[in-house]
Design a protein around this ligand. Structure first.
Ligand SMILES: Nc1nc2c(ncn2[C@@H]2O[C@H](COP(=O)(O)OP(=O)(O)OP(=O)(O)O)[C@@H](O)[C@H]2O)c(=O)[nH]1
Length: 570
């Protein structure tokens, strides 16, 4: 039985429960410390900063998660400590606040309280930018067409590039499906048994009913003026006459939706409050970003090197070291000079905000922050650095990592795997007889083959895998956390799909294949050893007849590749 992924509201609800669950123990611990500190004035003043931090973070996280009363009580505690009143005032106020907080937690844990929590949760508004992650690689495409030959060819190409495709043979079932679940794009045939423009008429009715113009591309046997006019009136974004070239159709789908080459933004969240860090991470992840959390400032430097974020989101108020101090430490390292930093704090005092900004941070966001505000603040500041970085690290033709970046990233991944004791596999891929492809069909057609293979790797492998263009028609992939055997199976599936892709040049149709060699870590303990070993296996694959995947001999001398097993080759 398949269970659907939790929605943002469900994840938020889980986070709120977790926050409320751990709060009584935290409150009790702080109350006990306060009780004991009464023994001396000195103990009381020693506890004051810790108590201030407790109220401050409770206020921030409470507000972010929508616990208004908890935030209000915490604010009273923070203000009382800030204005440093005489001990007798504090002595009566603090235990009173502890008591009120304990009552509020009890209420929130009761059935009635939980209903209130749910009601406030449902009031969280999510903009369409957040509800629909920008960078998800897979799109939902509805293909409505009743011509079996064309359909099977299109389905192969669309699925091969990682899209989820639902096929409808008639306009009625297509119509009902769109009402139930909106696709990212529609591919619609124009002619059906009901009429020569039944396809475009269905789209027109849908647009009227939904009040939206659904992204759509029309396929037609005719290129005449009136057929095209019917498509324009139905609000279609593209018009293809048959026979369709699937790769051209894929490009049109890309233009209709978000470009695939757009790598998601990477954000590092540093916050000593796990629930606050989890809340902000959740919002950014829902908007399609890759987020990593660090709960101790001392771990931030290692995380920066390992994760290479496009932006840092720091809580200003942390124990051990403040956000300002952390930002200064980071800024003092030349590698991170241009990294955008955003402070996140419940501090509303503008003077304090101004002084915090002296460490050269880009923005100061006051908690609680709405999902929309957080996402747009991060996007605004991170995208410029992200673009500059892409230009330096990516191969311009394919959008894959270039040679030096790939080597660099694999080195870092291996260092991490060595510490964690995990395993990785490396695959080297090379297009077969590529010189002949160029010589026969032209350099532009050759480029198209390279771009298509790059795209196939990008859409079908995991976001966490490292995919690089090593040289001309050679690619390298680090497949994380899997064995050489599993990697060979995965690459062999891609090999099989790739050999069925149709390319067109100068009125001719042609197909291409690739060969691959696989090596594995820690069998081969360094980037260079992995590369050499995978290269030897690739050489063997070429010598044995190409269009196959071979696992390095050093890995297992008795091993036969997945392709060899398929074809029974020795
Ligand atoms: N179109 C195109 N061709 C390229 C690019 N980079 C390298 N090439 C060409 O790729 C070809 C690679 O040829 P070889 O490495 O000899 O490969 P092959 O002998 O054809 O094939 P195998 O023996 O199966 O590897 C050369 O003709 C290069 O000019 C590129 O970016 N675009």
């Amino acid at each position: 039985m398949s269970s659907s992924a939790p929605t943002l509201h469900e994840k938020l609800n889980h986070l709120r429960h977790r926050f409320i669950e751990q709060l009584p123990a935290r409150l009790q611990q702080t109350a006990d410390k306060w009780q004991q500190s009464h023994l001396s004035l000195e103990a009381e003043s020693r506890l004051a900063p810790e108590l201030h931090r407790f109220f401050h973070s409770l206020k921030g996280t409470g507000r972010s998660l929508g616990f208004e009363r908890i935030a209000m009580l915490a604010n009273q505690g923070e203000e009382a400590l800030k204005t440093s009143p005489t001990p007798p005032t504090l002595n009566s106020l603090i235990p009173q606040l502890f008591q009120q907080l304990a009552e509020e937690i009890k209420y929130l844990q009761s059935q009635q309280g939980q209903q209130t929590v749910l009601a406030s949760l449902n009031s969280i508004e999510l903009s369409s930018a957040i509800a629909q992650p920008r960078s998800k690689r897979q799109r939902l495409i509805y293909l409505c067409d009743d011509e079996p030959d064309q359909v099977s060819q299109l389905l192969h190409h669309l699925r091969c590039f990682g899209h989820e495709v639902v096929h409808f043979e008639d306009t009625e079932s297509f119509f009902n499906a769109v009402i139930t679940r909106r696709p990212d794009a529609i591919i619609m045939d124009v002619q059906f048994p009901q009429g020569n423009t039944a396809g475009t008429e269905t789209l027109t009715s849908l647009n009227k009913l939904t009040g939206e113009r659904l992204p759509s591309i029309v396929l037609s046997s005719y290129g005449d003026f009136y057929s095209r006019l019917s498509a324009v009136r139905a609000g279609c974004n593209g018009y293809f006459t048959k026979p369709i070239k699937p790769l051209d159709l894929m490009l049109a789908i890309d233009e209709l939706t978000t470009p695939l080459d757009e790598e998601p933004l990477r954000v590092l969240v540093v916050d000593d409050e796990p629930e606050a860090a989890a809340y902000h991470s959740l919002i950014l992840e829902e908007a399609g970003m890759i987020v990593q959390q660090v709960n101790h400032p001392a771990d931030a430097l290692a995380a920066l090197d390992r994760f290479s974020p496009d932006l840092l989101l720091i809580d200003v108020y942390m124990p051990v070291c403040s956000g300002e101090e952390l930002a200064t430490i980071i800024r003092q390292q030349s590698a991170h000079i241009g990294l955008p930093i955003i402070y996140l704090s419940s501090e509303t005092d503008s003077q304090k905000q101004l002084s915090a900004m002296t460490a050269g941070v880009e923005a100061f966001i006051t908690k609680p922050v709405t999902p929309d505000e957080l996402v747009s603040a991060v996007q605004l500041r991170a995208e410029r650095l992200h673009l500059l970085r892409s230009l330096m690290t990516q191969d311009s033709m394919t959008g894959l990592y270039n040679h030096s970046t790939t080597t660099d990233m694999i080195g870092k991944a291996l260092a991490h795997a060595y510490r964690e004791g995990s395993q990785h596999a490396m695959a080297m891929l090379d297009i077969d007889h590529f010189k002949t492809v160029n010589d026969t069909h032209g350099h532009l057609a050759g480029d198209q083959v390279i771009i298509t293979l790059a795209r196939l790797l990008k859409t079908r492998l995991r976001v966490s895998d490292i995919i690089g263009r090593y040289g001309g028609e050679e690619f390298v992939v680090l497949l994380k956390g899997i064995t050489a055997e599993r990697a060979a199976e995965l690459i062999d599936e891609l090999r099989h799909d790739f050999e069925l892709v149709d390319f067109h040049a100068g009125g001719e149709r042609f197909r291409c294949t690739f060969s691959a060699g696989i090596s594995s870590f820690p069998n081969q303990p360094s980037t260079e050893a992995l590369r050499l070993s995978a290269d030897q296996a690739l050489y063997l694959a070429k010598r044995q007849g190409r269009n196959q995947v071979v696992i390095s001999k050093e890995h297992d001398p008795n091993h036969r590749s997945a392709a060899q097993r398929d074809t029974g080759k020795q």
